[in-house]
Write a protein that binds this ligand. Structure first.
Ligand code: GLN
Length: 613
């Protein structure tokens, strides 16, 4: 496969930093000295699950301190924020990872990213035995990575037999009742979690999962509840790089976590997880090449998380129009068309796009308020909306409430997850079930309903039998011409559900719909069909075949009981040869049909244009 430009970019960064020497492989855990200082891997995984990797990205190594971020998320899930905060703070210590940074009066570790806080965090993970705690952890790693992980027994035993400082810290925590019981078991689970084997690609996927609101972007499995993701990322931002954390966030601008195994993972929320693996460490315990590569990538692309993009109307609206510009796919007779052209400006459609967050909701509300000065009905379409933030949704539902309070109507269409919207709406709109808010799936049907309301408000134009003279195809006909046409017509009745004609049948007549309603629909296979338009009394159909003598291009089905007047084309042709007035009828009819087709073509052009936006 051809390398894409981001892959080539990672390769060039890898080349640029492969020669960066300096730092020492960690030696205080004897087993770690076996790492090759030349190992160097980079991996980046996006929230869409695209993987880019370079160098030793598949080499496994022990996760070490990076496990602290994962365990903090688990403890939050198992005990909740309040209980966890009682035992571990969230203030940066400004001290080394193995410092004994405990609050003087309570003995509470300052944060979960230093060893003291991490050991206390392990004690909060569900499970009474080290085995049970490890099972809980390993299950979570599997969710983050999509595959099982293993503990490196040598590294684990090596750390266990030399980790006297950690043991001392754990007993201090026990002394102040931060660890309530089983201190040795807690320590054992801590040593094991530090010895979990991962690759650089694994770390990037962990980061991408956090960037993707806790859901693994490749498997779709949730690894961490959404509400805890910002909590984990916060402590990574403020404390993830030990006593280099302040400078790191200032320069790199991404929540990150490093480990003495040589790994670093950085997370850009909503965008990607980035991981670098290179064992030589600086004096603070951070990978030398790891830091350099993360900073370089951050600066090349301006990735600082506080450097955000501004939301503006063009990023929020796909299109805005009213019902004079776009109509539903229901064909209208002359009088209805005239009325809708006059009143259509009171129905406005806002097609949204992108993710709905506070700032975009605020823009939608402002625009809706402006439109509702002249419009009585607003259709807000979510078809092109990605994720909907809960607070933003509440703001929009509040808008709906105030519009209904003022006698206006709002319809939401294209909502993929109706359940979420209904749940929020119920708290704000007491009479939700009675409102048409969520009644229509798409803009077309919502528009049709709004048009019907407008016409009903005008005394239900189009009810009863529509005389031939009101047909769009008979526009400009004189009385004698109408009579000449009338004698050639044959009256026919259909019951609701009847097929007037089917796709593929030879076409030999034009239908004037006098009473009732029919749907033009195309079979889509697997017993599905798609509505092209709905035609009501006063309109005609079957005209295309009159011009090209082709076959029927769609099914016509009676929605209600229907009365039609049918014109057999052959009669028109034969009579026209002998009779001048019939020749005149024929000419006017063809001209009107051509006009109708042009109108449809223009509408189709508008639709295609809106699809290409
Ligand atoms: N297992 C290591 C320790 O407790 C983890 C430290 C680290 O990666 N910074 O010493």
């Amino acid at each position: 496969m051809q390398a894409n430009s981001l892959q080539e970019y990672l390769e060039s960064v890898h080349r640029d930093y492969a020669g960066l020497d300096g730092g020492e492989v960690a030696s205080y855990i004897p087993e770690l000295t076996k790492a090759d200082p030349a190992w160097f891997g980079i991996a980046l995984i996006t929230v869409d699950g695209h993987v880019y990797q370079e160098g030793d990205s598949r080499q496994s190594f022990t996760i070490q301190s990076i496990s602290k971020a994962i365990s903090y998320g688990i403890a939050l899930e198992d005990k909740g924020v309040e209980a966890v905060l009682k035992k571990v703070g969230v203030e940066p210590s400004g001290e080394a990872f193995n410092s004994i940074s405990l609050e003087p009066d309570t003995g509470r570790p300052l944060n979960p990213m230093i060893n003291a806080g991490a050991i206390a965090t392990v004690s909060l993970i569900a499970g009474d035995t080290p085995v049970a705690k490890m099972q809980r952890m390993l299950k979570t790693y599997k969710d983050y990575l999509g595959h099982p992980v293993m503990v490196d027994q040598e590294v684990y035993l090596s750390e266990k037999s030399t980790g006297h400082r950690n043991r001392a810290i754990a007993y201090l925590l026990h002394n102040s009742n931060i660890i309530e019981k089983d201190t040795d078991e807690v320590l054992d689970a801590y040593f094991q979690q530090c010895s979990i084997l991962v690759t650089c690609r694994d770390l990037a996927l962990m980061g991408a999962t956090l960037a993707n609101d806790g859901v693994n972007p490749i498997t779709g499995v949730r690894a961490l509840q959404s509400c805890y993701v910002p909590k984990v990322l916060s402590v990574m931002s403020s404390c993830g790089m030990y006593d280099y954390s302040g400078a790191w966030i200032y320069e790199g601008g991404m929540p990150a976590k490093s480990g003495v195994g040589g790994g670093i993972v950085a997370v850009l929320p909503g965008q990607f997880g980035l991981a670098v693996f290179s064992p030589p460490l600086d004096e603070r315990g951070n990978s030398v090449r790891g830091l350099a590569v993360c900073k370089r990538i951050s600066s090349d692309f301006g990735l600082h998380m506080l450097h955000t993009n501004r939301t503006s109307a063009p990023t929020v609206f796909h299109s805005i129009y009213d019902a004079t510009m776009v109509q539903s796919k229901r064909t209208r007779n002359v009088e209805q068309t005239r009325l809708l052209a006059e009143l259509g400006h009171t129905v406005c459609v806002l097609e949204l796009k992108g993710d709905l967050v506070f700032s975009s909701a605020e823009i939608v509300i402002g625009e809706s308020m402006r439109l509702s000065e002249k419009a009585d009905k607003l259709i807000i379409d979510f078809t092109r909306v990605g994720t909907i933030n809960g607070g933003a949704l509440n703001l929009l539902i509040d808008l709906v409430r105030s519009q209904y309070d003022h006698g206006k109507t709002v319809l939401f269409t294209g909502i993929a997850n109706q359940y979420v919207v209904k749940k929020s709406a119920r708290g704000i709109l007491k009479n939700l079930e009675e409102l048409p808010l969520l009644r229509f799936d798409d803009v077309d049907h919502a528009l049709e309903w709004c048009e019907e309301c407008l016409l009903a408000g005008q005394g239900g134009v189009g009810e009863g039998e529509a005389p031939l003279a009101t047909q769009a195809f008979c526009a400009g006909f004189s009385e004698p011409e109408l009579s000449a046409l009338e004698v050639m017509l044959e009256r026919r009745q259909y019951a609701a559900g009847d097929y007037l004609c089917r796709e593929g049948e030879p076409a030999d007549c034009l239908y004037f719909l006098l009473q009732g309603q029919v749907s033009v629909s195309v079979p889509l296979g697997q017993r599905r069909s798609g509505r092209i338009s709905t035609i009501s009394a006063g309109s005609a159909f079957g005209e295309m075949a009159m011009l090209d003598q082709g076959k029927r291009s769609a099914d016509i089905i009676a929605d209600t009981d229907v009365t039609c007047s049918i014109l057999d084309y052959t009669r028109l042709d034969h009579s026209a040869m002998q009779d001048d007035s019939v020749a005149q009828v024929r000419l006017k009819l063809v001209t009107n049909i051509a006009r109708g087709l042009t109108k449809k073509l223009r509408q189709a052009t508008l639709e295609i244009k809106s699809l290409r936006n």
